[in-house]
Design a protein. Structure first.
Length: 210
């Protein structure tokens, strides 16, 4: 007799997917639990993109409403959170378009740096922000520096380095290729490092403005 092969469908479902399937079947409490789990994350992402608290709150509400209304379209080929982030990013970008109709905001546009090249070396600083991130002052500095990044760089950096999505999940959420995510993340990190270097150099000379 041949060995019985395990049925993939019999593998235990993740807790997230259990909640999603329950919500699909009309269990509102299951969807409320998904909201409770992810609303703070979605708010942070939306605020980084819109740079406005009220707009970010609207984005959170709109994203969850749209996710709820389109649950049947979620094919379960990615994490629910990744799918939700994509909806939230789209809602946030639409907020920006309505706020600045003269300038189209898109994650798909080609992003150019000043000379469209990646510097090999970036000046170091002291203290190290990565080691001191929990300090309130430095956290504020980093937040303001992140807000100064171009939208395409900023969104990738926030999803990958702030929210902790993998490169693959970030690519799925933003509908970008993995190489595009890696390229934008590298440029975002380099720009942040350069800006923070300038800040600490100015601070050492008595001028701490970014």
């Amino acid at each position: 007799m041949s060995a019985i092969q395990p049925n993939i469908s019999e593998q235990p479902l993740s807790e997230e997917l259990q909640l999603v399937r329950a919500a699909k079947q009309g269990d509102d409490k299951a969807f409320e639990e998904l909201v409770r789990r992810y609303d703070r994350n979605v708010f942070r992402i939306a605020q980084h993109i819109t740079q406005n608290r009220e707009d970010a709150e609207d984005v959170v509400q709109d994203a969850f409403l749209k996710a709820y209304g389109n649950l049947a379209q979620f094919q379960e080929q990615s994490k629910f959170y990744t799918w939700l982030v994509r909806i939230a990013v789209n809602e946030a970008l639409m907020k920006l378009r309505r706020r600045k109709p003269e300038r189209t905001v898109s994650l798909d546009e080609e992003i150019k740096t000043e000379d469209d090249s990646v510097p090999r070396e970036v000046a170091d600083w002291s203290p190290n922000p990565e080691q001191m991130y929990n300090q309130a002052e430095l956290r504020d500095i980093l937040t303001r520096t992140i807000q100064g990044l171009p939208p395409g760089f900023r969104t990738v950096f926030v999803l990958r380095d702030v929210e902790g999505l993998s490169t693959e999940e970030t690519a799925q959420a933003l509908e970008l290729s993995i190489p595009a995510v890696k390229s934008r993340l590298l440029r975002a990190r380099l720009q942040l490092r350069e800006r923070l270097s300038r800040y600490f150099q100015k601070r050492a000379s008595g001028d701490g403005n970014l």
